[in-house]
Write a protein that binds this ligand. Structure first.
Ligand code: NAD
Length: 339
């Protein structure tokens, strides 16, 4: 008889909670443990924390060591942070217990892009313990990298890639508003970019490195620019307000060069309520080569739902993978997990 894959959900915030709710609908997956650092979640039933109106008979813990057991857990789905270094202590615990892992940390999508030593350490630790680890999500992980690579699948040659994701930030919470500079003055925006408190999108080096590696474009330099999107009209979300003349978002561009030649350009303007200034949202991928490929998806692929979906849909691929650090370009293409 087939046994379900046993999953430990680690991180029960906006994304981790959604990943857990989605897994409850998948007969091939069984949530066997749940971890979150929030003291108010500790000891509560997972069903209560997820707000699904029923008990699951599974208490959330803030002590991961009590549930990290490779005999009882096949994979951890980790939704806690964006940063690879911050995730290392948790990854060490997961690998040490001989458990596979999928993380939605943006920097885990391709840690080699910014920190080759750390990537080598993660790969070696995973291999020593016979497990595999993947970083994924909507972006990085899908729209501006693995989807781009997939679209080149029939190309004879590729000279240059330009892809953009124009999305609406309105559903996101206060952390995202701060890191995108929404609701600040243009002066405060530039000061935030300077001191690193306004970062825009996290993931361009990872996406550009993945595209370059998959296609052999030999990107040897990545440049990034961040500019404020100034609103002409009043815009408001539950967490932030931008009056005319203030910042409604961040237009972030990442460019990959081979020598002096631009080979990859990724464009990601993110703002609250773009429709108030007649800005449509969408994902656009242009592959310049032979043959040319031009893809347009309007509106954009939904960010939160897709992050939850891809994290869940990749579970069987990661459990079946050979040990080590994997990227989306190293594993079979994702597909909706329906059975
Ligand atoms: P969130 O703040 O809503 O939730 C994070 C949860 O993790 C919180 O409940 C927090 O208590 C818990 N947590 C943090 N560190 C922990 C630790 N070490 N141990 C136990 N619990 C811990 O955030 P979110 O919206 O769910 O997003 C999570 C992360 O995923 C963010 O950094 C976000 O940028 C990233 N993300 C990536 C993608 C992608 O495309 N790759 C997409 C969406 C979100």
């Amino acid at each position: 008889m087939k046994q379900p894959i046993r999953v430990l959900q680690w991180g029960l915030g906006a994304m981790g909670g959604g990943i857990a709710r989605l897994m409850l609908d998948k007969p091939g997956l069984a949530i066997v443990a749940a971890v979150d650092g929030r003291p108010e979640f500790a000891g509560q039933d997972l069903g209560e924390v997820l707000g699904i109106g029923k008990h699951l008979g599974l208490a959330v813990t803030d002590k991961p060591a009590t549930v990290l057991d490779g005999e009882k857990v096949d994979i951890v789905t980790l939704a806690t942070t964006s940063w690879a270094q911050h995730q290392m202590p948790d990854l060490r615990g997961i690998f040490g217990a001989a458990i596979n892992c999928i993380s939605i940390a943006e920097e885990l999508a391709d840690p080699e892009a910014q920190n080759p030593e750390l990537a080598a350490e993660i790969d070696a630790l995973a291999k020593q313990n016979g497990v595999s680890v993947l970083g994924t999500g909507v972006n990085p992980g899908f729209v501006l990298d693995s989807l781009v690579v997939t679209l080149t699948g029939g190309c004879h040659s590729v000279e240059r890639i330009e892809a953009s994701r124009v999305n609406d930030l309105s559903p996101y919470g206060p952390t995202v508003m701060k890191t995108q500079g929404v609701g600040t003055t243009p002066e405060a925006f530039w000061a935030g970019v300077e001191d690193g408190s306004i970062v825009g999108h996290v993931g361009f080096p990872e996406s550009i490195h993945m595209i370059s590696e998959a296609l052999g474009l030999d990107v040897d330099r990545i440049e990034q620019t961040r500019e404020p999107i100034i609103t002409k009209v009043h815009r408001e979300t539950p967490h932030v307000t931008a009056e005319p003349g203030m910042v409604a978002g961040c237009s972030h561009v990442g460019i990959g060069f081979h020598g002096d030649t631009e080979v990859v350009r990724l464009i990601h303007p993110q703002q609250i309520h773009p429709h108030l200034e007649d800005q449509d949202t969408g994902d656009y991928i242009h592959i310049h080569g032979r043959p040319e490929v031009h893809m347009e998806i309007k509106p954009e692929i939904a960010g939160g739902e897709t992050t939850m979906g891809i994290a869940v849909n990749m579970i069987p691929h990661v459990v079946a993978a050979s040990p080590g650090l994997k990227r989306m370009i190293d594993l079979p293409a994702p597909a909706a997990l329906m059975g």
